[in-house]
Design a protein around this ligand. Structure first.
Ligand code: 3PG
Ligand code: MG
Length: 397
């Protein structure tokens, strides 16, 4: 963490602090349905406010087409932040210009103000220098607490960090610490679980991981492509047959790098994909032509559990099966519980991230037991892929 400037070295008293947060939260019927991202940034907001800074929150919401639109307004989110913070949170209907500057001019030390969706200006996503200047004018300091948006080189996540003294907020700091623990200088053996539907969406990830980890556990639909590449019949399972060569190349790279690959040995398979479909446990050598793999089976679960018991660090992205469709959540749930148990016993450091993974860990009721659960989706994946995150780089001391 020492390479990044943190709030420890920021003198915020009496200053206008532009605090970039990720308030891209799920909404249902006009209300925030999952407040995790808001909760994560509360300590930073409180710390700056309590030290006498004026907290000016910058955030994007959804993917508006570069102009104001009611559906993507942050106004209802300001109310949710205020509720959780248990303090008033002001709102300005524009993130630059006279509306924003007037609202900021009216702030007292310790006040909190949220500016409207930065993506209501096209220039935000273009990281346009004139827009960066407009934002920078509004603050004396910049603090970034939005790791989950740090894969975007946008004005509010990257550009403005070069125009003002820039610092990592507490949530950003925790995220960077956890990621360093997992892939920076991990205790070995180091395992990764990669699941999810498609190999094609995670090629860079698999390519990077086989060079870094000691054990790569592959689950989800993408495992089918590997099984197919090994000559097995996968019936009607989700499978990217045109990627068989790619899958074999990944296995070859892994062998060279002495990375052990763990693929499912049995499956929970059904003839149709629906909740409570009639299903059977079957070895992966005997999948029928008319059935599909929807989860890993009990032998595979045991194999993963035994492998994890021999590891010191785990990084996890992607579920093992169709975890939103019972009973095909069982593999993911069981392994989540085992990883949580090993963590609570002090035997494993476990870091997980990605929308599906976090929602699976929440359903298993074990998210709190993991060493760290990232709220990031795309940013977590890009970091696991070994890519540079522009929003993080801009904070380097
Ligand atoms: C996210 O929700 O993953 C982040 O807020 C980034 O949003 P984006 O994918 O629309 O850039
Ligand atoms: Mg996203």
């Amino acid at each position: 963490m020492s390479q990044f400037r943190t709030l420890d070295s920021a003198d915020v008293a009496g200053k206008r602090v532009l605090l970039r947060v990720d308030l891209n939260v799920p909404m249902e019927n006009g209300r925030v349905s999952d407040v995790t991202r808001i909760e994560r940034v509360l300590p930073t907001i409180r710390e700056i406010a309590d030290k006498g800074g004026k907290v000016v929150l910058l955030a994007h919401f959804g993917r508006p087409k570069g102009g104001p639109d009611e559906a993507n307004s942050l106004r209802p989110v300001a109310a949710a932040v205020a509720d959780l913070l248990k303090r008033p949170v002001g709102f300005a209907a524009d993130c630059i210009g006279p509306v924003a500057s007037a609202a900021i001019a009216g702030m007292k030390n310790g006040d909190v103000l949220l500016l409207e969706n930065t993506r209501f200006h096209k220039a935000e996503e273009k990281n346009d220098p004139a827009f960066v200047e407009e934002l920078a004018k509004l603050g004396d300091l910049y603090v970034n607490d939005a790791f989950s948006a740090a894969h975007r080189a946008h004005a509010s996540t990257e550009g403005v960090a070069h125009k003002l003294p820039a610092f990592a907020g507490r949530a950003m700091q925790a995220e960077l610490d956890a990621l360093t623990l997992a892939l920076g200088d991990p205790e070995r053996p180091l395992a990764a679980i990669v699941g999810g539907a498609k190999v094609s969406s995670k090629l860079d990830l698999l390519g990077n991981l086989v060079k870094k980890v000691d054990l790569l556990i592959i689950g989800g639909g993408m495992a089918n492509t590997f099984l197919f590449a090994q000559g097995k019949s996968v019936g009607t399972s989700l499978c990217e047959k045109d990627l068989a060569d790619t899958a074999r190349a990944i296995l070859a790279t892994a062998a060279q790098a002495k990375c052990r690959i763990l693929l499912p040995v049995d499956a929970h398979a059904a003839k149709e994909f629906k909740a409570r479909a009639a299903a059977r446990f079957v070895d992966v050598d005997h999948i029928a032509e008319d059935e599909m793999i929807l989860d890993i089976g009990p032998k595979s679960i045991v194999a993963v559990e035994e492998a994890l018991a021999g590891c010191k660090t785990l990084v996890w992205n992607g579920p093992f099966g169709a975890f939103e469709t019972p009973p095909f959540e069982a593999g993911t749930m069981q392994i989540a519980k085992t990883a949580a148990f090993l963590t609570s016993e002090g035997k494993l450091k476990s870091v997980a991230g990605g929308g599906d993974t976090v929602s699976a860990l929440n359903s298993a009721g074990v998210a709190e037991k993991f060493t760290y659960v990232s709220t990031a989706g795309g940013a977590f994946l890009e970091w696991m892929e070994g890519k540079v995150l522009p929003g993080v780089e801009a904070l380097r001391a």
